[in-house]
Ligand binder design. Structure first.
Ligand SMILES: [Zn+2]
Length: 154
């Protein structure tokens, strides 16, 4: 017998698969799906996966993601795959690509950083992917962020 299907297939939209476990709600936040959104969304958390011990999956109907949303998802779920569904078929499947640097995506954790003052300075971080955990380094004050990156997303 086939294993129970936890999430119904969608006709059109996006399936974000291989999200690091526990990050599904942060992915929804990145997509602006909070509170009284009328988006049709399903999320499953901590399901078994072949590629990783457990994973989260988010399906959003009738919506394809914008590049800046994909960049943000890459920061909190670097193994995520983005599947575009058209007429029940996967029409495009992409891994998220972690950029070498991001601008205007993350707020610096240092309250005295020039990017946190009233100066018109956009936050900029370089991304160190050499460790198992992603590390962001502010180009202005060198403060690093490696945990709870989702909390710092703008
Ligand atoms: Zn800074």
């Amino acid at each position: 017998m086939k294993r129970e299907l936890r999430v119904h297939p969608i006709r059109n939209g996006t399936v974000i698969d291989h999200i690091a476990p526990g990050q599904a709600l942060n992915v929804l936040k990145i997509l602006g799906i909070v509170g009284t959104s009328d988006a049709v969304v399903s999320a499953v958390m901590n399901v078994q996966s072949k590629k990783m011990p457990t994973k989260d999956i988010v399906k959003v109907e009738d919506r394809e993601l914008k590049p800046h949303e994909v960049d943000k998802i890459a920061l909190i779920a670097p193994l995520a795959t983005i599947n575009i569904i058209r007429d029940y078929k996967v029409s495009k499947k992409d891994k998220v690509i972690l950029p070498d640097a991001v601008a205007g995506v993350v707020r610096c954790a240092n309250p005295n950083c020039i990017s946190n003052t009233h100066e018109p300075v956009i936050s900029k971080f370089t991304i160190d992917k050499s460790q198992s955990q992603i590390r962001l380094r502010c180009v202005y004050c060198e403060r690093t962020i490696s945990e709870d990156i989702a909390e710092h997303l703008l």
